[in-house]
Write a protein that binds this ligand. Structure first.
Ligand code: ASP
Length: 431
């Protein structure tokens, strides 16, 4: 009964919110009510972004601890874990490097009308100037100064600083790895505690994401008035969406097949892609790699004949850790926002984007729109105003669907690569 009232799915509500926001903005432009929008409507969008940032640190911390501490069985960890994590890490890094290269080559943000962009830059000038100065200071330091940004000297102050996300990630990883090395009966209460905490935080994230339609409407209305109805934002957004879609298709249909061909003794490319098709469709429609996990497991075990031993380890870890689609997407999104806001990223900042995106995609939950929370945080840490998220959040849903399909395909590809045990001839057709 209760379900009936939610007849409009969230992504439709978000699209509707986007439409309402655009209409509101256009009306405001016609009746000269821009001040009304900036005083009474935009703050609701900013509130939404504040809430995303509010939940980011707890989310990243708990997701990472749960992901790593959940590995429990240390013997399995040393047998399979190190290899799996290494492959995941390589895949994520390649995806991010690819995303950065594409973002820098296509430069979708540069399509925005220069005059309008200059206006936007003025709005965020003080913030950008402050961050650029900070970046300059970093450049003036020694080559190993990034280690200071990585290792906190006080975890409370790191957790209290929205731009110290890397330090929180560092602490979480150290904490979780230590928990693997302590006798399991001793850490069980802690692991159970984190399991519970994870559920609560994911529920909080779900609450916040439910507010997305209102947030998107408010942000969109503000954008339309900021852009004075100029259409160049929409062409820039169109090119940005195309860039993301192209990147996702290349990872899914070129990169993974290549990896399967080179490293999987289990399965051929055709068989892999054919077996994965229903899983990708499921991920595409649900936009959640976590919800897709049972379907991924079933397919990987039954169709791709990967041993249960491998799949039951590689896939659940992959859902938390390995998000190639999300990682590549985050890199393109950050570059797009920086291009629109005229933040010229230095090489150091681009490397920071690379580093941060690799690590923070690991902390992204496998739920619809899980990226928003993380992206708001990463933007702040690389010195781009998180308000820039307003630019892309309206059209995010279809891109989320695509990157989720990539995320689950990546997990399955790694499972096939890790499962070296030969159980008969190489599978070239799905059974
Ligand atoms: N929806 C994605 C997933 O579940 C996460 C994200 O990129 O927002 O894999």
């Amino acid at each position: 009964m209760q379900r009936k009232r939610q007849a409009i799915p969230l992504y439709m509500q978000i699209l509707l919110g986007m439409g309402v926001g655009i209409i509101l903005g256009v009306i405001a432009l016609y009746v000269n009510a821009e001040t009304f929008i900036s005083n009474w409507i935009t703050p609701w969008g900013q509130l939404f972004i504040r809430m995303l940032r509010l939940i980011a640190i707890p989310l990243i911390f708990v997701t990472l601890v749960k992901g790593i501490a959940g590995l429990k069985d240390i013997s399995k960890f040393s047998r399979l874990g190190i290899k799996t994590l290494l492959v995941y890490f390589c895949f994520i890094t390649i995806s991010v490097v690819f995303g950065i290269s594409l973002g820098l080559t296509v430069r979708p943000g540069a399509l925005v009308n220069q005059e309008i962009a200059a206006g936007l830059q003025e709005t965020y000038q003080s913030l950008i100037a402050q961050k650029t100065e900070e970046a300059g200071q970093v450049q003036g330091q020694g080559p190993l100064s990034f280690l200071n940004d990585l290792v906190p000297d006080n975890i409370i102050s790191a957790a209290a600083n929205n731009s110290a996300i890397l330090q929180v990630i560092f602490f979480a990883i150290l904490f979780a790895v230590a928990s693997l090395l302590v006798p399991q009966e001793k850490v069980k209460p802690v692991v159970d505690f984190f399991d519970g905490l994870n559920e609560i935080i994911l529920k909080m994230v779900a609450f916040i994401i439910r507010l997305a339609p209102i947030g998107v409407a408010a942000l969109m209305a503000g954008l339309v008035t900021d852009f004075k109805g100029d259409g160049s934002l929409f062409s820039a957004l169109g090119l940005y969406a195309l860039t993301v879609a192209l990147a996702m298709l290349i990872i899914m249909y070129v990169f993974y097949p290549l990896m399967i061909r080179l490293f999987s003794r289990k399965v051929g490319v055709k068989a892999f892609l054919r077996a994965m098709y229903p899983v990708q469709l499921f991920a595409f429609t649900t936009s959640s790699s976590a919800v897709t996990l049972p379907v991924t497991m079933k397919t990987v075990e039954e169709e791709l004949k990967v041993s249960k031993d491998v799949s039951s380890f590689v896939l659940p870890v992959g859902v938390t850790v390995n998000m190639d689609g999300t990682a590549c997407y985050q890199a393109i999104a950050i570059l797009f926002i920086s291009q629109v806001l005229g933040v010229d990223l230095t090489l150091t900042q681009i490397l920071t984007v690379l580093f941060m995106t690799v690590l923070s995609s690991i902390g992204t939950p496998g739920i619809p729109g899980g990226t928003y929370v993380i992206l708001a945080m990463v933007l702040t840490s690389v010195g781009i105003p998180a308000e820039g998220l307003a630019l892309i959040i309206g059209i995010d849903r279809p891109l989320d669907m695509l990157r989720t399909a990539v995320n689950v395909t990546g997990d399955a590809a790694v499972a096939c690569m890790i499962d070296k045990k030969e159980t008969g001839p190489r599978l070239t057709e799905p059974t």
